[in-house]
Design a protein around this ligand. Structure first.
Ligand code: FMN
Length: 171
């Protein structure tokens, strides 16, 4: 199985978590890792290149920090540009049989993403546009890999969470 990790982080140089996740993915030696903001600083996405990347991998991981209950803007642009009619839907079935997994870090802790918690909505609810997009395009939507409570975590806690990433990528 070939795994592709597309990283959408506008400030990786300041990252506490996503940088480490990228390094862990690269260290597996068997995963293609792409820094999408470095590839497309002007948001002009090479659609054919991205589509070929997806076609040549089996599991596609979309990795990003949670920004305002969603993803950084480049991932939305990527979805709008890359998941095209005639290729992924509307006559195309390029994503059929592909596995998609979200890898998301959140500043707030897991228990704040509950009915009783400060954000009221669950992560599954907030990530449902992604789930619905991949279901609609006949892909398999895997359980997201979440690292939560980053704002109040120690470096050891982050390292412990990151250590589980390689198994999630290739397992
Ligand atoms: C613009 C912006 C919006 C954010 N929105 C949220 C949010 O909605 N929920 C949350 O839990 N954390 C939010 N955060 C915190 C980030 O998710 C957190 O800093 C990030 O996941 C940590 O990963 P990193 O160290 O790789 O940057 C936000 C941060 C920024 C800069």
């Amino acid at each position: 199985m070939k795994t592709l990790v597309l990283v959408f982080h506008p400030h990786l140089e300041k990252s506490q978590v996503n940088r480490k996740l990228m390094d862990a993915a690269n260290e597996t030696g068997d995963v293609t890792v792409v820094d999408e903001y470095a590839a497309y600083p002007d948001f002009r996405i090479n659609v054919e290149h991205e589509q070929r990347l997806i076609e040549t991998h089996d599991r596609i991981v979309l990795q990003f920090p949670f920004y305002w209950y969603s993803s950084p803007a480049l991932l939305k642009q990527w979805e709008d540009d890359v998941i095209k009619a005639g290729w992924a839907y509307g006559g195309g079935r390029a994503l059929e049989g592909k596995e998609f997994m979200l890898s998301v870090s959140t500043g707030s802790p897991a228990d704040s993403y509950t009915r009783e918690g400060s954000h009221v909505r669950t992560m599954d609810e907030l990530l449902s546009p992604f789930e619905t997009t991949f279901r609609h395009t006949h892909a398999t939507y895997l359980k997201p890999f979440l690292i939560q409570g980053v704002a109040t975590s120690t470096e050891e806690q982050i390292d412990e969470a990151v250590s589980k990433y390689p198994a999630a990528l290739i397992g």
